[in-house]
Design a protein around this ligand. Structure first.
Ligand code: FAD
Ligand code: NAG
Ligand code: NAG
Ligand code: NAG
Ligand code: NAG
Length: 497
């Protein structure tokens, strides 16, 4: 198969060196790394949906936007050139489309191709995939699979345990399935949750003419304002440096400053807390009660810090059409929510912004020589491969920095590994963990937010020592991707054996 840009195609089967599953940020990025690092290998990107974008194509709720800056969330090989660091879902999709066509990655997409199962054959040293293409079953073969399938289920949202919700006669909406024709103008809404989604929704709903909206949170989160750049304002270095250097400096600034802030939060949690709360108070209406609505019980960065552009979240409380309530739900009635503090919230629409249903490997049933692989029982080698599973890469990014930074380190690592294998005439690499090493388990995504806690059972493990450690920080992971020793923890099979 080598030496062919396009895979081998017959009516019923297709063969490639590499199959990438998913056309989200991770899949597109992996496609770029494939074609630049291994230009002689054939690859295709199988995407279950009708379009690219992944997360940014799926979520349609009002105001949907990143809460990372696009200078680091964007692709390192095609820097974000717009002025606003925080971008809308739509502009992220456009940017992804432009990137895919600029580098010819779009030639490799096959949409409406949902991978159902994948079985590794040790005899053939190949993966065999069953793919559903609008009801037609197709078979694909590949030497390697790269899972750019994200980390949550697209079909099944996290079940929110809200007592009495079934009695509610109004409209219940999950942000993952926002009806695009939902009319909330003049209506009373309650948004349950305090994460990034709720914080994005509130100002957007106020702007969109909601009658009144309550953000109902069980416990508060940290929210930080991210100043958006005013049009026409230029950084001093942009005045005299060529654009590509300026873009690089901007990227480095956005890499380093948040990292320093992260270290500051870890080292001096009390000071960080005071700083975040002080900044919030400045932007909230006068006399807004900070306690309990903006006084989290955890330390900054124990959970992902929510960013809001130009403090829009704080400012939306000014005209009295938005409020925040910190309490727990006693029960939902046909037209209201009764709280344990005795309060009653009337509602026409309830939004359950309570999180994602964690899922890895896109609900594909995986097997090795027909033996089923339960993903959550496996350990992750360098946060990119699963123990006991040959030639399969699973891309997970960072949760305390832009996802893409981690996804790109993973892609650089796995393409280098493929090159290394080709050079040594290895046909497969399988991570092997010893019983001793498997004794101590860690989380590959280390955050304590509710949805991560409730989804722990769906996640593979990380270990306490290299090469099983969770992703660390970008500088170190990036160094390892380009220069680290590839052999530790891997078992190789060569051509002759
Ligand atoms: C509302 C929201 C906001 C977020 N904001 C940020 C942010 O600001 N910064 C940040 O760093 N992270 C953010 N995240 C996390 C975000 O999901 C990741 O940053 C990033 O978009 C993930 O990209 P991905 O390509 O890995 O996965 P996804 O975007 O989830 O894409 C996975 C793709 O794989 C496809 N797929 C899955 N299974 C199969 C299958 N079996 N067969 C074929 N195709 C399949 C899916 O259809 C999808 O297109 C956010 C997440 C959400 C939900
Ligand atoms: C790809 O193939 C061409 C022609 O066979 C060869 O000259 C080139 O070195 C190969 N590139 C890589 C990266 O292997
Ligand atoms: C996974 O796929 C199976 C069918 O193969 C389906 O029954 C199940 O609901 C899916 N699970 C999720 C979480 O999407
Ligand atoms: C998460 O990270 C903290 C330090 O940042 C560490 O103390 C803790 O053990 C980690 N938890 C898991 C489950 O890996
Ligand atoms: C993210 O958290 C890990 C520990 O959980 C830490 O080692 C790393 O430095 C953090 N990275 C950033 C960019 O904040």
């Amino acid at each position: 198969m080598n030496g062919r840009a396009n895979g081998h195609v017959t009516n019923t089967t297709q063969s490639y060196d590499v199959i990438i599953v998913g056309a989200g940020i991770s899949g597109v990025n992996a496609g770029y790394r494939m074609q630049t690092t291994l230009p002689n290998s054939s690859y295709t990107i199988l995407e279950g949906r009708a379009d690219l974008g992944g997360t940014w194509n799926l979520f349609k709720y009002p105001g949907i936007r990143s809460d990372s800056d696009l200078h680091t969330f964007g692709f390192p090989f095609n820097p974000w050139t717009k002025e606003n660091p925080i971008a809308t879902g739509e502009s992220i999709c456009t940017y992804m489309k432009e990137t895919a066509s600029k580098f010819g990655i779009d030639q490799h997409f096959q949409f409406k191709h949902k991978v159902v199962s994948a079985d590794w054959s040790s005899d053939a040293q190949l993966w065999r995939l069953e793919v559903d293409n609008e009801g037609t079953r197709k078979i694909f073969y590949a030497k390697f699979i790269i899972m750019g399938t994200g980390y949550y289920s697209y079909e099944k949202p996290l079940k929110a345990h809200i007592p009495g919700l079934e009695k509610f006669k109004g409209t219940t909406v999950h942000p993952q399935f926002w009806p695009e024709d939902l009319d909330y103008k003049g209506k009373k809404m309650v948004v349950i949750g305090s994460g990034a989604t709720a914080i994005t929704l509130l100002p957007a709903l106020v702007e969109g003419g909601v009658g009144h909206v309550t953000m109902l949170q069980r416990s508060p989160s940290y929210v930080m304002s991210q100043p958006q750049r005013k049009t026409g304002v230029v950084n001093f270095y942009e005045r005299f440096l060529p654009t590509w250097i300026s873009l690089r400096i901007t990227r480095i600034r956005f890499l380093v400053l948040p990292y320093l802030f992260y270290l500051f939060c870890r080292r001096w949690p009390d000071k960080a807390r005071a700083l975040l709360m002080g900044e919030a108070q400045k932007q909230l209406p006068k006399d807004f009660p900070m306690d309990p609505h903006f006084t989290p019980t955890y330390n900054p960065w124990d959970q992902r810090l929510c960013l809001c552009p130009d403090g829009d979240f704080f400012k939306c409380f000014a005209n009295g059409r938005a409020q925040v309530v910190t309490s727990t739900i006693d029960t939902v009635t046909s037209d209201s929510i009764l709280l344990s503090n005795g309060e009653k919230l009337d509602a026409d629409i309830i939004v359950t912004a309570t999180g994602l249903n964690l899922q890895f490997c896109g609900n594909i049933s995986l097997s090795v020589d027909k033996q089923p692989v339960a993903v959550p029982s496996r350990f992750m080698w360098r946060a990119t491969m699963l123990s006991g599973v040959p030639n399969l890469f699973l891309i997970i990014g960072y949760v305390n920095a832009s996802w893409t930074l981690g996804a790109d380190s993973a892609s650089r690592l796995l393409t280098r590994l493929m090159g290394f294998m080709a050079k040594n005439k290895y046909t497969s690499a399988t991570p092997r963990i010893s019983e001793e090493e498997a004794k101590e388990k860690r989380l590959p995504l280390n955050l304590t937010s509710t949805y991560v806690k409730s989804g722990v059972g769906n996640m593979p493990h990380a270990g306490a020592k290299a090469p099983w450690l969770p992703r660390d920080n970008y500088m170190r992971d990036s160094w390892f991707a380009d220069r680290g020793d590839l052999r530790l923890g891997l078992e190789f099979v060569g051509k002759s054996s």
